[in-house]
Write a protein that binds this ligand. Structure first.
Ligand SMILES: Cc1cc2nc3c(=O)[nH]c(=O)nc-3n(C[C@H](O)[C@H](O)[C@H](O)COP(=O)(O)OP(=O)(O)OC[C@H]3O[C@@H](n4cnc5c(N)ncnc54)[C@H](O)[C@@H]3O)c2cc1C
Ligand code: FES
Length: 493
């Protein structure tokens, strides 16, 4: 498959329901469908989630000789990994400027993780015949106001020995106020990458169970019990590679903000109309309005217009804005694809990679990549597998969830406001229905906020911690572990 074959689902309707396999029989103690073993499935380590984080963790654990099982609710195509832009970079827009406040040790650990993840992916994907195209990455100052932040990115790179430099006139199709350029990064077809990594896991003999949704993680005296839609799974340790952890585990959902972003692809009828050298770069603006660009084969990929889940009154307007900007600014022809994806950002800006509960090695998590989780997700796999196999990464402790105290942020205040408003509304506007779908309660099963209808993606989106549900109430993603309940009260929209 080439980049052009990146057959990403259209932005409507919402992703396939996770629960298609709810009626499936209980999973038994063997990965071999021909052999039935009595009792619940057991393993030394259970990895929940087979996006980039889960597959790398499981691969490394299996390579290290651990008995590992992977559970995933869904297919490769519906992961954030497969729906991403596919940039493998340690430059990451203005992210380095945003985490610079944590000091050089933390930034150094973050960069070391990024390089480790990028290196592992390059080596592994080469062995799997998945092309990683070399690209220079640009963080662009789209306005004079963005220049200082881009300057901080450059200063941070230079302090940490990266070969980044300033360019006054980058190969970018719109006027800029300069950019930081970092050579030696890469881009990949993310669905092809993930499918190859999943296949490799299976070929390695790792038991991978699809259609298994974890609903509860319970710590036992020794080990962990996972309640799933297909029975109980027992593990010595569990790695939650699910984005936000399911349910209320460790309260981490309170420290994460769920954001959606849009991606589009376009024909470029006259490639010469793009600036010379553009195709050898990938780029992103330092701040809003974010525009993320790269070529994907002959198509131009354009991303941006991110928003907090459930808090955008008109998601359709976001897509229209991105499309209008693209048509008005870039030499494009027909629009080919449009889709959205979701990722999580932590209160500190640094990812959470390590124990959910301080000092308890039974339940590990990796999340909060702030939309840069391809390299950082691979790094998380290295850190978590190293931890379990007793070969810890030096940079690991700096990225643990509780390495620094929780930080109140603007998003904390917005979350609180959405929660309060939601609970107030829950008493008066409890139900909703969309064409052809069953009537559902609009009360989010996670913590009781009121979900909002997203007419662009035909989904119910929770403004508080980012759970999403299909029109018929089936859970799609987020910390909620149950579907929206069937409606009982009067109909309201
Ligand atoms: C629009 C967009 C563009 C992006 N572009 C880039 C980019 O160019 N470069 C980059 O580095 N990063 C990018 N990112 C970020 C990156 O894609 C993510 O950070 C990364 O893919 C997250 O990987 P993951 O393994 O944690 O999650 P996912 O890939 O989402 O995988 C999680 C898995 O867990 C499963 N799961 C969830 N809950 C349960 C449950 N309860 N039980 C069982 N299974 C469950 C899901 O089915 C899924 O398969 C982008 C993000 C977005 C939104
Ligand atoms: S996701 Fe937490 S209340 Fe909805």
């Amino acid at each position: 498959m080439s980049e052009n074959d990146h057959d990403t689902p259209d932005i409507t309707p919402a992703s396939a329901p996770y629960d298609a396999q709810d009626a499936a029989p209980e999973i038994q103690g063997t990965g071999d469908p021909g052999v039935m073993a009595p009792g619940p499935l057991r393993a030394d380590v259970v990895v929940v989630g087979a996006g980039i984080t889960g597959v790398v963790t499981a691969q490394l654990l299996a390579d290290g000789g651990a008995d590992v099982v992977v559970l995933d609710a869904s297919t490769a195509r519906s992961t954030t990994t497969a729906r991403s832009t596919g940039k493998l970079s340690v430059l990451q827009g203005a992210h380095l400027a945003r985490i610079a406040r944590h000091g050089d040790d933390a930034v150094g650990a973050y960069l070391a993780a990024g390089f480790a993840g990028l290196g592992w992916l390059r080596r592994t994907l080469e062995g799997l015949d998945v092309p990683v195209e070399n690209r220079d990455d640009l963080t662009v100052a789209a306005t004079p106001e963005q220049q200082p932040e881009v300057g901080t990115v450059l200063a941070t790179c230079v302090r940490h020995g990266l070969a980044a430099h300033w360019v006054d006139e980058p190969p970018y199709p719109v006027r800029t106020f300069g950019a930081v350029r970092l050579p030696g990064q890469g881009q990949v077809d993310p669905l092809r990458m993930l499918s190859a990594l999943r296949s490799r896991l299976r070929a390695r003999g790792v038991r991978v169970h699809d259609g298994v949704r974890v609903r509860q993680v319970r710590r036992l005296r020794s080990g962990v019990a996972l309640r799933t839609n297909r029975g109980t799974v027992l593990a010595g340790r569990v790695v939650l590679a699910t984005g936000v952890p399911p349910g209320r585990l460790g309260g981490l959902f309170l420290r994460l903000e769920a954001g959606r972003s849009l991606l589009t692809t376009w024909d470029v009828p006259e490639p010469d109309a793009l600036p010379p050298g553009f195709a050898e770069t990938m780029s992103i603006t330092a701040d809003a309005p974010v525009r993320s660009l790269r070529m994907a084969g002959d198509l131009l990929m354009v991303g941006g217009e991110g928003y907090p889940v459930g808090r955008e009154p008109d998601p359709g307007w976001r897509l229209a804005t991105l499309e209008r900007w693209t048509r008005g600014t870039l030499p494009v022809g027909t629009a080919r694809h449009a889709w959205a994806a979701q990722d999580y950002t932590t209160d500190t800006g640094l990812p959470f990679i390590g124990p959910v509960f301080p000092g308890d090695e039974r339940v590990l998590v990796a999340t909060g990549y702030g939309k840069w989780g391809l390299t950082t997700g691979a790094a998380a796999g290295l850190a978590l597998a190293g931890r379990i196999l007793d070969e810890p990464e030096e940079w690991g402790p700096a990225l643990e969830p509780w390495a620094r105290p929780p930080e109140p942020s603007v998003s904390t205040a917005a979350t609180f406001a959405a929660q309060t408003k939601g609970w107030a509304c829950a008493t008066t506007r409890p139900t909703g229905q969309r064409a052809g779908a069953r009537r559902v309660s609009r009360v989010c099963p996670h913590l009781g906020a009121v979900v909002h209808w997203n007419d662009q993606e035909e989904s119910w989106d929770c403004p508080v911690h980012g759970s999403r549900f299909a029109a018929d109430g089936t859970r799609i993603e987020g910390p909620a572990t149950e579907d929206l309940a069937p409606a009982r009260g009067p109909r309201h929209r």
